[in-house]
Design a protein around this ligand. Structure first.
Ligand code: FAD
Length: 422
């Protein structure tokens, strides 16, 4: 059996590693000159900056991605520092007066009445997860105080690049369940690139091939089934095709779609998919700004949702004695035309969060459209199958339920592999 994979991002490489290990002949085609998509590093002045991710696996060494990495035999070390997620609550933003509250104790800043309510909600929602509203609406109904909204926005902004008001409550609570199940974040030693390079090594070791600078321009369909792809006018035939570029871009690549009601329904669903947008600001610091390898959530900030300092786990991600600090902020869809203002507001936040600290901004990056934070915003994923037989979609345009970012990519790949391999 032969599989063609379109795109050498994380989802494409995980799928290729798994299928090549199961005896499939695998060919991966990547249009860029590099592999890894939004999950790899490039070196600027000794700092390992990334094409996307913040060098963090949301559930560290015990999450779905780490499990899949081990399962395919990729050589990656993932480290986690326990109890290193904090909420920085500013009592006086202008004068830099704040306290850092442990993530697990976020409720300690609530009123007594809301603390009691929170304790009851923590028990009842695990048994009866809320439904049919946004996480923001749920907060308004149950814990209506500004700090609860700010914390929810900070968490959703950091983890999903969404406002709480744009996060379906079902997805939010599935994510919390996964946090209980798998634990908090970790950092792959060597950064994102260590993961995607190790997966590429597995593919090649299993006899698969990965071609860069090779763009797929068409998915070939015969009698409702994917039979290969077109590259530079040449046909490459296969038994299955796996696309790593999300449902909308995938559907643009085939011509002979079936004219069935199911196909029309699928196209209608695709039209509702909105990628999530964001801004990342990378700081080169001469001193530790955070001091741990977890996440500093910033609910009091106007734009920045959270910050990490991965060099506390892997010092080699920056030159000796320096720190790589990355701040992430969601960009709401109506703010995409005003990215420069969004970036300026993020930079202003950082000045207030780290007054008198010795750092320089080394890079600012914005993500939207075809190079977003998530191809399908969390909670709006429509699964891994398509109306075309033998054509599957993987990656963050087809995540598994409750999977934050790359954990969702891993859950989606796992689901796809179950469909293909049984
Ligand atoms: P992609 O990275 O989308 O790769 C798809 C590949 O397909 C690309 O290389 C593209 O060039 C190629 N391609 C496209 N069209 C074609 C074609 N026609 N022919 C051939 N090749 C094609 N996740 C985390 O878990 N932790 C984080 O800390 C984190 N932080 C993030 C911060 C930012 C700012 C961003 C942007 C993302 C972040 N993410 C994070 C999300 C994570 O980076 C993505 O979810 C993940 O990398 C997406 O992988 P993917 O499998 O969807 O593939």
């Amino acid at each position: 059996m032969k599989a063609i994979v379109i795109g050498a991002g994380l989802g494409g490489l995980l799928s290729a590693a798994k299928l090549s290990g199961k005896g499939y002949e695998v060919e991966v085609f990547e249009r860029l000159a590099m592999i890894g998509g939004r999950f790899t590093n490039f070196d600027i002045k000794g700092y390992q900056l990334t094409t996307g991710a913040l060098h963090m696996l949301p559930h560290g060494p015990t999450g779905p991605l780490a499990q899949l990495i081990r399962e395919v035999g990729a050589d990656v070390t993932i480290e986690r520092q326990d109890d290193t997620a904090f909420m920085r609550i500013h009592e006086d933003l202008e004068n830099g007066i704040y306290k850092d509250v442990s993530f697990g104790e976020f409720g300690s800043t609530f009123s007594v009445w809301n603390r009691i309510k929170l304790a009851l909600l923590l028990i009842s929602t695990r048994k009866w997860p809320p439904k049919n509203c946004s996480f923001g609406e749920w907060i308004t109904k149950n814990l209506n105080m500004p700090i609860a909204h700010q914390m929810a926005d900070s968490f959703c902004g950091w983890a999903l690049s969404l406002k709480a008001a744009d996060t379906p409550v079902e997805e939010a609570f599935e994510i919390f369940e996964n946090l209980y199940r798998h634990g908090g974040p970790g950092v792959p030693i060597g950064g994102c690139k260590a993961v995607t390079d190790a997966l590429a090594d597995v593919v090649r070791k299993n006899g698969g091939s990965i071609e860069t600078k090779t763009e797929v321009t068409e998915i070939l369909v015969e009698n409702g089934k994917a039979v290969g792809v077109l590259i530079d006018g040449q046909k490459h035939m296969s038994d299955i095709v796996i696309s790593n570029i999300g449902h909308p871009f995938t559907s643009d690549l085939y011509k002979d779609a079936p004219t069935t009601p199911q196909y029309k329904q699928y196209i209608d669903k695709i039209r509702t998919i909105k990628p999530s947008a964001g801004v990342k600001i990378c700081l080169a610091a001469n001193e530790p700004l955070i001091g741990h390898g977890g996440v500093l959530f910033t609910p009091s900030a106007k734009r920045v949702n959270g910050i990490n300092e991965v060099t506390n786990i892997d010092p080699k991600l920056a030159p000796r004695g320096k720190h790589l600090v990355m701040a992430h902020q969601t960009v709401q869809w109506d703010k995409i035309p005003y990215l420069e203002e969004e970036i300026d507001m993020g930079i202003a936040d950082l000045k207030q969060i780290f007054p008198n600290k010795d750092y320089e901004i080394i890079l600012t990056q914005s993500y939207y459209g075809g190079w977003p934070v998530n191809r399908s915003s969390s909670g709006t994923d429509i699964g891994n199958t398509t109306p075309i037989k033998g054509l599957y979609v993987v990656g963050d345009g087809a995540k598994g339920k409750g999977g934050i970012e790359v954990e969702g990519v891993a859950l989606g790949v796992k689901n796809t592999m179950n469909l293909i391999l049984g």
